[in-house]
Design a protein around this ligand. Sequence first.
Ligand code: CP
Length: 365
Amino acid sequence: MNETAIDRSAAGGRRPSRPGKAGVPPAQPARAVAGSTVAASPAPRDAPAAAPLVALAQRHLLGIQGLLAGEIELILDTARAFAEVSRRPIKKVPTLRGKTIVNLFMEPSTRTRSSFEIAEKRLSADTLNFSLLDSSVSKGETLLDTARNLEAMAPDMIVIRHRAAGAAHLLARHCRSNIINAGDGSHEHPTQALLDAYTIRERKGRLEGLRVAIVGDLMHSRVLRSNLFLLRTMGADLQVCAPPTLVPVGLERLGATVHTRIEPALEGADVIMMLRIQRERQQGGAFPTAREYFNLFGLTRERVRLAKKGAIIMHPGPINRGVEIDSAVADGPESVILEQVANGVSVRMAVLYLISGGTLGELAA
Ligand code: CP
């Protein structure tokens, strides 16, 4: 196996003396900036290259909100560099050798949890996996006490999924480890939005100017919020759609055009992103039956024809077949749903690498 820059870039190794790829500012040294969970104005797209990369400089990834366009591009470009590792016969590089990462998953997960674990193993980190049932949280211990006890064993990073919005921010305020948000309640799911953006960029060559239709349970979706922050920052045209009972108040202020009928939302779309109906977060009564929801809002082959020719179909998973999407569409030629899952590994490798202090310039060296 030929040694590449990725193989050479073991954490703690030399730092690059030159900037990363043209137009992509390299990560800056750590700088303390308070995390934020509240809505704010969009990040400027054209932040000067010398500006601190605010969110990554915290050495946490708590959300997409507040990330600059340059930071998003940096993560996507770094993910592209790491994608090569997953195509090798031996899918392992020493980049995070000696680092310990705790995966603290307090909510069910198939994709995110396995994707982080595979990304960590491909980077040679040591990993510890924790779920709600394995942990003493099930005996009444608080999340913070659990995290502090885990921290006593000196991990470098904690990846957390939790049903409470703000859980990752809480750990970031009280823990020494780098914190990565793997989904907090209905708030944010930043690595999902990053892998979605990566997939769109790989398929369409850009994000700016694309018409993206997002249809489904807008009320409870952290994937929606992270995607709105990201796609707005990158200059996409956002069309969102749900029954009126599943449209959160103030969604327009996040830069989306809101529809309560699916047809106008899909018209001329380059990208269709379907969202799951999250029954576990609903009190009930948002719509009469799954069949009626599918009749009015489900993505069928006929409805796909309203989008642009060559439009791609996305879904973060898990899919409710026959509720938000017809199986013929989910498994059809326009679907990139499994590509999203595959890309998630490279994107999470990039996030882990950058949060640990790595730079794209080092990979490109
Ligand atoms: N997309 C996503 O977050 O899926 P999981 O809940 O399986 O992690």
